[in-house]
Every structure is written in structure tokens, then in C-alpha cells.
Design a protein around this ligand. Structure first.
Ligand SMILES: *Cc1c(COP(=O)(O)O)cnc(C)c1O
Length: 437
């Protein structure tokens, strides 16, 4: 029976008194789309339930980790077994070795990995290691790419090329971001100009190869090729932030997708998170041995963590990796994700709504725009009000997509063709109602 009061609203009001904005990560607050965030009470397979008992088909999947859907029996069993053996020891375990070995087998660009607890921590540590290994300070990042909330990465472009970036958050001193060069994604000319003027000072270039933090924008093949060439030429390290794409777009991550188009392609360093923890706090970064040898206790770059390589998290990650390594897993996941995007495109077209979308493996994005954007500026041309109407229309119909137009979406193994057909039918109803389409 549905409660007579809105339990989500009651919880949100209670939360707002004790947690800033009522949430522990800003996008959850629904600020961009308005309305009351759903407080989730449980999840199973492709579905989540809110505090009112309302069920939703989940296309967020905890922002990427839940590639098997919620509560996969094999993962659940592995976690339950691990919990009985203890929560945390602060000492090495065999499962950490197993997980490192499993990751390195799937991503041969690395010889060694270090396990940490969040993508933010992994990206922050990667930058320190890149600086320590090269003896240089500068780093390149691209507008619209997100690499967690470390100080040096919360930057937007300055007024002109090759000027210093500006902090995007209060509390970040300008001195801390003075070494961060912010460029436009997919802009080869800007990239070449940046290397021509300061290439020998650049420690690393960090990029999301398929950017899921401005919805879904692929780095073009010529762009990735040029990033690789320039990094090699100038002795900078090419970092693929695969926290989202790793084990999500393909078993070998986005780097395996680009290696198909660019023979022999490899990044120098890789940042991982999300899927490798299967929903538990676990992330990692890795590189060739020559780079990783700089990390403490072998080298002089310090990095540490009380809960790093946590035995319950590694059990969850290992069980997840075992499931996604089964033959045909990504063929099936990719087929379903494409079916969803194709279905949404057809529904929008039938209702005369400007719409486009793209996907790779179990990661997807769509826009209320006629053509796929190539950079952050183009993504932001979407009309916010129209997106909000789509978001709430879908939410009211039990379809849970990201509450912001600059976020990617995710399909899991647990989503059925029937789930996808139902989502497409719901979207068609909402498209019909969209104002000034
Ligand atoms: C989510 C994400 C991060 C940050 O990971 P957290 O675990 O949220 O700290 C970093 N980089 C990318 C590409 C991400 O998608």
C-alpha cells in the first residue's frame, strides 16, 4: 500500500537538517531538474525502490558500478563469505593480489596497479605519480572531463589558450591550479599549440577517452592518436581515466576500443574505479613498471590508505570481474544498450523531437539535440527546461535516468528486452508531451 505522505520528501527534509543539501554527493540532490530526490530503500536486478515503495527501472546503476544489476547471486555470495572473515585488516591479503592480477590480464598496458578506495583518490594519486616520475609539474585536462574532486582538477579554462585555468570551486587556491592547462575536448589545433609552447613542462595529459561526465562524448580517433603522438614526442605521460569506461564499454576498457582503430595504441597510465569494485568502495591506478617503481615504498612518491585493498571490496570486485569475463557478456550488453538508444531515437523521431544518442558496451548517452556534440560547449546547448521535462516524465513513469543532462547512462546485464521496450514506450509518451520540440 502506498503511504499517504511522501516519504521521500519527509526524508529529504530530515536529511537537509544534518547533511549539507540533504545529500552526500551533489548531483543526488536533483538541483538541476528540481523536485524531490528519491530515497532508495532497496534494489534488485534492474530495479530500485524508493521510500514510498515505488519501483523504478534503474539506468544509473550507482553511476556505473552495477554492471551486473543489483544483488547478483554470485557477487552476493562472495561478499557474504568475505564479511564473515573480517571487514578490514590493514595488512596485505591474497585477494588484493588476485584482483591486481585480474586487472592486469584485462588491461595489458599496465604492469602494476595500486588499489585505493575512490576514483578521486586514484586520479589524484596518478597525477602525483606522473609528476614524480617525470620531474615536471604541468598537466593537461579537457573541459567537461571529470577526474574526481582533487584540488588541481577543479579547473575551467582561462580566458585564452595557454593561460592558467581558474578554480571551479571555492576553497581551491589559484596557485594550486596554476599548473593545470585546460583545453577543449576533440580540438587538435589547441592541443598542438599547448604542446608547442609548453610540451617539455607537461607531466601528463589526463583524459576520459569516452567522456561520460559531459553525457557521452567520444574522443575522436584522430584526437586520441594526436594525444598519443604528442605525449610520446614530448615525454609526457598519457593518462586514460577509465574510472567510468573501464570494464564498462568493453572488457579491456576504452583503451581496447581505441587500440582497434589505432594499431599498437596504449595509454601510459590508467585510472580505474566504479565497475572494479562492483558497488563497493574500490578504485585503482596503474602503469608500466618503470613508472610504478616511483611509488612508495619502492620510490619517493608517497601514497597510502587505511582501507586500501579492503578484503570485502576486493571480494566484490573479483566476483564482478569473473561474471563480466564470461564469453559473450559484452556482445549481449552492447546489443541491449544499442536497442535502447535505437528505440529512443525512433520514438523521438516519430514524435518530431530533435534527438540523438550513442553507446559503447553498457554505457550510453542521449541528447535533445539534432547532432552528437563533440565538446562541452556543444553539450551545453541542450535546453535545460526540455531535458527536465523529459527527466520528470520518465521518472513519473518509473524510469530512472540521471537527474542532469551532462551525465551518461548505464544498462546492466539484468535489464531485459521487456524493460527496454517499456522504457522506450514511456519515452514516446513523454516526447509527445514535450513543449516546443
Ligand atoms: C566517477 C569518476 C571519477 C571519480 O570517482 P569517485 O569514486 O566518484 O571519486 C573520476 N573519473 C571519472 C571519469 C569518473 O567517472
Amino acid at each position: 500500500m502506498m503511504p499517504t505522505t511522501d516519504q521521500n520528501l519527509a526524508l529529504f527534509e530530515r536529511a537537509a537538517k544534518v547533511i549539507p543539501g540533504g545529500v552526500n554527493s551533489p548531483v543526488r540532490a536533483f538541483r538541476a531538474v528540481g523536485g524531490t530526490p528519491r530515497f532508495i530503500t532497496r534494489a534488485q536486478g534492474a530495479y530500485i525502490w524508493d521510500a514510498n515503495g515505488q519501483r523504478y527501472t534503474d539506468y544509473i546503476g550507482s553511476w556505473g558500478p552495477m554492471i551486473l544489476g543489483h544483488g547478483h547471486p554470485a557477487v552476493l555470495e562472495a561478499v557474504q563469505k568475505a564479511v564473515l572473515e573480517g571487514f578490514s585488516y590493514g595488512a596485505p591479503t591474497e585477494r588484493e593480489v588476485e584482483l591486481a592480477e585480474a586487472i592486469l590480464k584485462l588491461m595489458p598496458s599496465m604492469d602494476m596497479v595500486r588499489l585505493v578506495s575512490s576514483g578521486t583518490e586514484a586520479a589524484m594519486s596518478t597525477i602525483r605519480l606522473a609528476r614524480g616520475a617525470t620531474g615536471r609539474n604541468k598537466l593537461i585536462k579537457f573541459e567537461g572531463c571529470y577526474h574526481g574532486h582533487a584540488d588541481a582538477l577543479l579547473v575551467k579554462a582561462g580566458s585564452g589558450l595557454a593561460t592558467f585555468g581558474n578554480p571551479t570551486s571555492a576553497g581551491v587556491p589559484p596557485e594550486v591550479v596554476q599548473h593545470t592547462v585546460v583545453l577543449e575536448y576533440n580540438n587538435i589545433e589547441q592541443l598542438e599549440a599547448a604542446f608547442a609552447t609548453q610540451g617539455h613542462d607537461i607531466a601528463c595529459l589526463m583524459m576520459e577517452p569516452i567522456c561520460g561526465n559531459m553525457n557521452f562524448v567520444r574522443a575522436s580517433i584522430p584526437f586520441v592518436k594526436r594525444c598519443r603522438e604528442l605525449c610520446t614526442q614530448y615525454g609526457a605521460l598519457l593518462v586514460f581515466d577509465e574510472v567510468m569506461t573501464g570494464f564498462r564499454v568493453a572488457l579491456g576498457g576504452a583503451q581496447s576500443v581505441y587500440a582497434k582503430a589505432i594499431p599498437g595504441f596504449e595509454p601510459d597510465m590508467t585510472v580505474m574505479g566504479k565497475v572494479i569494485g562492483g558497488g563497493m568502495p574500490l578504485a585503482a591506478f596503474g602503469a608500466k613498471r618503470a613508472v610504478m617503481n616511483h611509488l612508495a615504498p619502492l620510490g619517493t612518491v608517497y601514497q597510502a590508505g587505511t582501507l586500501s585493498g579492503n578484503p570485502v571490496a576486493t571480494a566484490c570486485g573479483l566476483a564482478t570481474l569473473a561474471e563480466i569475463s564470461r564469453p559473450g557478456f559484452y556482445d549481449e550488453l552492447g546489443r541491449k544498450t544499442r536497442a535502447l538508444i535505437d528505440g529512443l531515437k525512433a520514438a523521438a523521431s516519430a514524435e518530431g523531437v530533435a534527438f540523438c544518442g550513442d553507446s559503447e558496451g553498457g554505457m550510453m548517452g542521449f541528447y535533445l539535440l539534432p547532432e552528437l556534440p563533440q565538446n562541452y560547449g556543444q553539450v551545453m546547448k541542450t535546453e535545460g527546461a526540455k531535458f527536465n521535462q523529459l527527466f520528470h516524465g520518465l521518472l513519473d513513469r518509473g524510469e530512472y535516468i540521471a537527474p542532469a543532462l551532462y551525465e551518461a547512462g548505464f544498462v546492466s546485464q539484468a535489464h531485459t528486452d521487456a524493460d527496454i521496450a517499456q522504457t522506450v514506450a514511456a519515452a514516446r509518451e513523454v516526447f509527445k508531451l514535450l513543449q516546443n520540440k
